[in-house]
Design a protein around this ligand. Structure first.
Ligand SMILES: NC(=O)C1=CN([C@@H]2O[C@H](COP(=O)(O)OP(=O)(O)OC[C@H]3O[C@@H](n4cnc5c(N)ncnc54)[C@H](O)[C@@H]3O)[C@@H](O)[C@H]2O)C=CC1
Ligand SMILES: Cc1ncc(C=O)c(C(=O)O)c1O
Length: 309
């Protein structure tokens, strides 16, 4: 049974994951190599907890869990039933973490990666007990989005998948077990198909970035939260899909490299909210306001989708 969880990496994803797991009654120890990331995580933990309150996420009868921060990786993983690796999307950085914890974790400890899409089979080549390693792909913001993908690599034991799936369920979240270890799994294959086309349309001047967002959010985005893609095909009619896709599929972006517009921006350190500029520009005040407004709206939508309002 999973009771103690170590989170390695406290950037965009780590603090919200810590808050959500603790709310589920688990004992979380949170570690990052960068002291500034630990301080930032400490300061935003309370915000995530406030959002969980407004979502009505309660603790189990056994009581709320805890989050403890540490700057010592050995301390973080000591006694952990599960280690969730949450460091940047780079195999060599992730492999360094697996090597660092290999001799520190117990014989029963499971290791999960929150990778956005590196096949688990590739990651488990860097750990001595690959049967205990699994993909556990959260969606951002992790304290609000309930769906988590669970992915087995070639060497993952079925029991490891079952334990993580049951853990997710036991704290009121929604596990989706992906049946094949394909790059990007399912959520990001679908998201990146959409993002490739969206970036291409903006880059070619077909539409302005603000209008692209309006079109997608108030068109397919709003609809797809209620009617998933497979159900949408039936609602539109497969005959219509056949007619449109017969001419449209061939015209969609099929570029297999990163779009120049994205490269230009990342080369200039324009990463989005984390650097103050990306597709749009943000002042620190705007970032704070946006994050609050987005959390409020996501909470309200989720309550309605769950039939609670
Ligand atoms: N940003 C997103 O929307 C999502 C990201 N992911 C995935 O989650 C993982 C983490 O992503 P983010 O939180 O966005 O990354 P991030 O870049 O915001 O944070 C990564 C953190 O890892 C720390 N770190 C780097 N090397 C470390 C080490 N050796 N030991 C401990 N900490 C270390 C960094 O100091 C940083 O705080 C990635 O694999 C990413 O693809 C998954 C779902 C959504
Ligand atoms: C752009 C982008 N890339 C990866 C992920 C998750 O792995 C997300 C997300 O969860 O929102 C994303 O927006």
């Amino acid at each position: 049974m999973i009771q103690r969880i170590a989170i390695i990496g406290l950037g965009t994803m780590g603090p919200g994951m810590a808050a959500r797991l603790a709310r589920g009654g688990l004992q979380v120890v949170a570690y990052d190599v960068a002291p500034a990331a630990i301080e930032r995580a400490r300061s935003i933990l309370g915000i995530a907890e406030g959002v969980l309150d407004s979502l009505g996420v309660t603790s189990p009868a056994s009581g709320a869990g805890t989050v403890r921060f540490t700057d010592d990786i050995a301390d973080a993983v000591s006694g952990a039933d599960l280690v969730i690796e949450n460091v940047p999307e780079n195999i060599s950085i992730k492999a360094d973490v697996y090597r660092a914890i290999d001799g520190l974790i117990g014989p029963e400890t499971l290791v999960a990666s929150d990778t956005s899409g590196i096949p688990i089979t590739k990651l488990q080549a860097h750990i001595s007990h690959p049967e205990r390693m699994v993909g556990m792909h959260w969606s951002n913001p992790p304290h609000i989005i309930p769906m988590i993908e669970v992915i087995a690599g070639e060497k993952t034991a079925p029991q490891t998948v079952a334990t993580i799936r049951d853990l997710i369920r036991s704290i009121g979240l929604l596990p989706v077990v992906v049946k094949k270890d394909v790059p990007g799994f399912v959520e990001n294959r679908v998201l990146y198909a959409l993002l490739r086309e969206a970036v291409d349309l903006v880059e070619r001047g077909v539409i302005d970035p603000e209008d692209l967002d309006t079109c997608v959010s108030w068109g397919i985005g709003y609809k797809i939260a209620v009617i998933g893609p497979m159900a949408l095909l039936d609602m539109a009619g497969l005959d219509i899909y056949k007619s449109v896709s017969s001419f449209l599929n061939a015209d969609l972006s099929n570029r297999d490299d990163v779009a120049p517009m994205v490269l230009q921006k990342t080369n200039a350190s324009k990463f989005g909210i984390k650097s103050g500029e990306g597709m749009f520009s943000y002042t620190p005040e705007q970032i704070k306001a946006l994050q609050g407004e987005r959390a409020r709206k996501l909470v309200a939508v989720r309550r309605i989708l769950e039939g609670r309002e």
